[in-house]
Design a protein around this ligand. Sequence first.
Ligand code: AMP
Length: 250
Amino acid sequence: MDNHLKNDRAAWIQGPSAHCSVIPSKLARAWRLVLLGAPGVGKGTQAERLCAHLGACHLSTGDVFRAAAANRAAAATPAMQAALECMREGKLVGDSTVWELVRERGGCLRCNGGFVLDGFPRTLRQAEALQLLMKEQGVALDAVLDYELPTDEIMSRLGGRRVCPACKAVFHLVERPPQISGVCDLCGGRLIQREDDRPEAIAVRLEAYESATQPLIEFYRKLGLLAPISAEGTPDKVFARTLKALHVTA
Ligand code: AMP
């Protein structure tokens, strides 16, 4: 199933006035998934793989904020400026700002290709609002994948992460070092540490995850949607567990 054309996610990243490069035709099975798990468990990597495998779109709210940070016009509103300040410090952006952004992208939730939500919802209010909106739109979640990893492993994954701002490749100082220190293997770009991967911000993000996002595990368990998955080991191993949890063939 890896032969789906990759959608550029324009309607998600830039907002509903933008048009995606590929509008999926109705798939026999449009998957609608939410990924949960602390920052650093590898949700982004699993989301990318799932989307390639299932033909769905990777909907990350963090990507929307990062794209806005790189775009002067989008970052100009007071709400977005406040949101970007929260992001730099590792704090959660306020529910109303996040919800405004997701609500206006509601078309992506109805899209024929399905979706993998990564980084949203992160609070009970967001999860409740999402349930309501999806119900109004006549669509439903298939599953919520909860990636589990011990805290010391999370700290080491986040602290060692280096990313290429040019091509978005992700490296790790110990587990996946670039061939030349500080230089992207794929495009030669200069690797950076995300502002929110600095130690002060990591501590704030983990605290936010524990207090705000962990209650979602119970919320989705009660809805019968929760699938816990160990995030230990290589991305390949985690992906194999993910497909197994969804009863999808590799
Ligand atoms: P992520 O890439 O998902 O780790 O998101 C990066 C940052 O964007 C987070 O640390 C928050 O500051 C902000 N953010 C992204 N999604 C949400 C959300 N659903 N609720 C609140 N803040 C969010």
